[in-house]
Design a protein around this ligand. Structure first.
Ligand code: UD1
Ligand code: CA
Length: 447
């Protein structure tokens, strides 16, 4: 059977008390609604449809081209939201899967199971339910003698007895499409002025048609996000899920409880992640690395067999066997080639350090090209900024930069040259030349 997935994401999320729409709050480093979109991507043959409304443009740009967006101009409830997609979806599918963007932990397999349930159902729809100790404000499920769903009672409408019901409406439904379009028109306006999708249960029952419940067995999947307490709960569960996945894939996490890996990160086998490590964004880490403790890496590429200890790495590239830290800071455009060693208290920005460069202690390298096997002595600084413009420093291979050298850019230092400790180099240095002093002068030529 053909199915179209519809994701509801138009609500404001009042209980978040935020200027950001609920579905754009980050979860695992990406906007919340991305999780549902990923679960739904390719699940059916049709491109999913997302209902947007509150802050529609921002939500739409987070959706990108992974789905078709339909605008619900006024947010008059979940039933009203589904009404908006009729003209887009009608006729293209036999079944319509409806999911909620504030239920980000529901897995693809669960949606698949829901579709299968409806494929076997002679009645008009099937829905996901869960038995959970904490009802979190969810609608309560009332079953009839046959075990079919007889009613969903919303939390704010439930009486004391109904509030005790522990079977809850998860907010995932799979409808017979033809039935859905007709039934939506029969939803009554609620006292709050909204059209509840959940009223379709009563409508099916009026027609004597069975509504099936697909009971989920993992309550963690059904943590929905209505406020920031739920957001933190979901974050912890997602983190545990991601961490488990990496451990199963051959990555050692010394302390999963203090390891934060966003869903966009890739890690190679036999890499060891030490405690208090945060890996963010489009970060890729190779195999056999040692990362952490106390490290943040974002939007960076780390090759194989690298060591990154107690450091911060942002938009940088480390090739293989690079070791940095403790207390190294790589900023945008830092590129450390094979075997580069960068010790404590170093900072590199927008610079290429060729294979074998050593920079052991207390240095700043910005806007520079450093050749092979250059040794950068302790305390070396590229003075790359004159107050108005940034200037480049070029150091050719096998240069030895003495401790505490100031390299005043623009500057070129030729192959095999040396600078004396404490020199302030203001003029280009020819190859094989030793310069010393302030400002640095040539004192001899090396053979
Ligand atoms: C809804 C269900 C409740 C269920 C719970 C599970 C209804 C009436 N109630 O309640 O039975 O237990 O989900 O998560 O459906 N949305 C729109 N347009 C609107 C209103 C909402 O797109 O006009 C979207 C929201 O962005 C959200 C989703 O629909 O992603 C659910 O809305 P929300 O207001 O959070 O419903 P709940 O009160 O949680
Ligand atoms: Ca909700």
């Amino acid at each position: 059977m053909k199915t179209t997935a519809v994701l509801l994401a138009a609500g404001k999320g009042t209980r978040m008390r935020s200027k950001t729409p609920k579905v754009l709050h980050p979860l695992g480093g990406v906007p919340m609604l991305r999780h549902s979109l990923d679960a739904l991507a390719g699940l059916t043959g049709q491109t999913p449809v997302v209902v947007v409304g509150h802050e529609a443009e921002a939500v739409q740009s987070a959706v990108g081209n992974s789905a078709r967006c339909v605008v619900q101009a006024e947010q008059l409830g979940t039933g009203h939201a589904v009404m908006q997609v009729e003209s887009t979806v009608k006729g293209e599918s036999d079944l319509v899967l409806v999911a909620q963007a504030d239920m980000p932990l529901i897995r693809r397999e669960t949606y698949e199971a829901l579709i299968e349930t409806q494929e076997a159902n002679t009645g008009p729809f099937s829905m996901l339910t869960v038995i959970a100790e904490d009802p979190r404000g969810f609608g309560r499920i009332v079953r009839n003698a046959q075990g079919h769903v007889q009613a969903i009672v919303e939390d704010h409408e439930a009486d004391e007895e109904q509030k005790k019901i522990r079977e809850l409406n998860v907010g995932g439904y799979c409808f017979n499409a033809e039935w859905l379009w007709a039934a939506l028109k029969r939803i009554p306006l609620s006292p709050k002025g909204e059209y509840y999708l959940t009223d379709l249960v009563a409508i099916a029952n009026q027609d004597g048609q069975p509504v099936l419940a697909r009971l989920m067995d993992d309550p963690q999947e059904t943590i929905g996000i209505n406020n920031r307490v739920h957001l933190a709960e979901a974050e912890a569960i997602l983190r545990a899920r991601i961490n488990r996945g990496w451990m199963e894939a051959g990555v050692t996490l010394l302390d999963p409880a203090t390891t934060y890996i966003e869903s966009t990160v890739q890690i190679g086998a036999d890499t060891v992640i030490q405690p208090n490590t945060i890996l963010r964004g489009s970060t890729t880490i190779g195999a056999d690395c040692l990362i952490g403790p106390n490290t943040v890496i974002e939007n960076s590429t780390v090759g194989n067999a690298c060591k990154v200890i107690a450091s911060v790495v942002e938009s940088a590239t480390l090739e293989n066997r690079v070791d940095i830290g403790p207390y190294a800071h790589l900023r945008k455009g830092a590129h450390l080639a094979d075997g580069v060693h960068m010790g404590n208290f170093g900072e590199v920005k927008n610079s290429y350090l060729a294979p074998g460069v050593k920079m052991g202690h207390f240095s700043y390298i910005g806007d520079a090209q450093i050749g092979r096997n250059v040794n950068i002595g302790a305390g070396t600084i590229t003075a790359n900024y004159d107050g108005e413009n940034k200037h480049k420093t070029e150091i050719e291979e096998d240069v030895f930069i003495g401790s505490d050298t100031m390299l005043v850019a623009p500057l070129h230092i030729g192959k095999g040259a040396r600078t004396g400790a404490g020199s302030v180099v203001t003029k280009d240095v020819p190859a094989g030349t030793v310069v010393v002093g302030v400002p640095a002068r040539a004192i001899r030529k090396l053979k």
